[in-house]
Write a protein that binds this ligand. Sequence first.
Ligand code: ATP
Ligand code: MG
Length: 476
Amino acid sequence: MSELVSPKQRSLQAKVIPAGKHPMTFDDISDNALSVLRRLNSKGYDAYLVGGCIRDRLMGKTPKDFDIATNATPEQIKACFKNCRLIGRRFRLAHIVFGRDIIEVATFRGHHEGETGKDNDDKSSKPVEKAAAISQRDKKVDRRERFDGIKSKTDTHGQLVRDNVFGSIDEDAERRDFTFNAMYFSAKDQSIIDFANGHQAIAEKRIEMIGDNQTRFREDPVRMLRAVRFSAKLDMQIPEEMQKDIKECAHLLANIPPARLFEEALKLLLSGFGLHAFKLLHELGLFNLLFPQLSHLLVDDSCRERKLIEKVLVNTDNRINNDLRVTPAFIFAAFLWYPVEERTQQIMYESGISEYDAFTIAVGEVMHRQVQRIMIPKRFSIPIKEIWHLQKRLTRRFGRRPYVLLGHSRFRAAFDFLEIRGQIEGGDLLELSQWWHEFQQVQPEQQKVMIAALRGGSNGRPIGAKKRRPKKKKAN
Ligand code: ATP
Ligand code: MG
């Protein structure tokens, strides 16, 4: 194998790792992905698996999704498959749809004019023979076509707002984020083309950017979240220098559309390594950008806000790792609970309205502020609000209320959350959650006794609420 130039120079040299010299084989690839690769190949196009599936396999993990890169344009891809739809604006992509399984196919991307990778192209360096042949072949199809006249474009922060310039496989590799993500698997001969010495980075557990950290973070600030995700998921350290660069660039996350941040937040928090990801995000100053309303509350390691987040994430990670269902609604409800409580107090203090009304206003306000940063689709924001409102309703246990609450579609999530709050805050809240725990276990007769037993004390009836008197019979 040949010596490589440093990926920092961003002019990469491909190295081919032949079949048998790496662990990836056809057995690791889904039938659908393999059929897409073969079809594109049979139509005369180059097509490779790329990115996470190779990285994960080289790390001994089972690949979860299969991304494909090809020199066919989206229209050419579409012409190859009946089950293809074209999506995206910022990155135009083809989705090949097999029922619920979707294989994403992207055309090789090139550099836009004036970009450093292109300018620094070191033509004098000598790639290995086969890789050189591949590069040459790809250069022939480097037509620099553009979709609808749209060029790659950066905004005033250096962020790429459009990126639809076609390129060669070499350029495509240079445009990828980390060195371990720039490996391409060929279905023709089961070889891997490693453009940035990614297999070495994997062996040494190194997260290494292709090119200059800060430039690449400015182009796409989401790469900072990706660095955190790979660090947490693959148990790799983010190098000190990159940590420093992330801290400096963290504020750029504010420029990312909330819908994209929602997707990234889910991948970070709901993939089985949420606690680790949270700690890193917080340490690197990224968490505050995602959840600004929590920034002044997460004051130290032992504050209740932090304990609550960590507890919820431990539970979530355990559930995911035991194949149990999780919902983003639960996590968001928990993360934003203390901001709702705090805002309720403020509103009551400022305007003197009842706790109930203040709470309702606070719920709306906190949600509204959060979706400015991370979009939360209605299918989650509605349950989040229900979980919050149920926290209040679960305190009122007189009459038929406990039975009605048990039948509420969000009872389970609300109770689970109450339990966690009880464990963190103790006192009345712990007693309340224990009461509900028992109420669900016991027989109906015993349930009646439990409700009756509350009558004696300050029993769940809202403070100040009067017992309803039977109506007086009208005198005839
Ligand atoms: P996962 O296991 O989460 O799917 P992945 O690396 O495959 O990890 P994807 O989001 O599926 O992540 O992206 C596929 C590939 O596309 C990446 O491996 C990387 O090469 C490239 N890529 C994705 N997002 C970016 C980005 N923001 N900047 C540069 N390259 C990216
Ligand atoms: Mg992927």
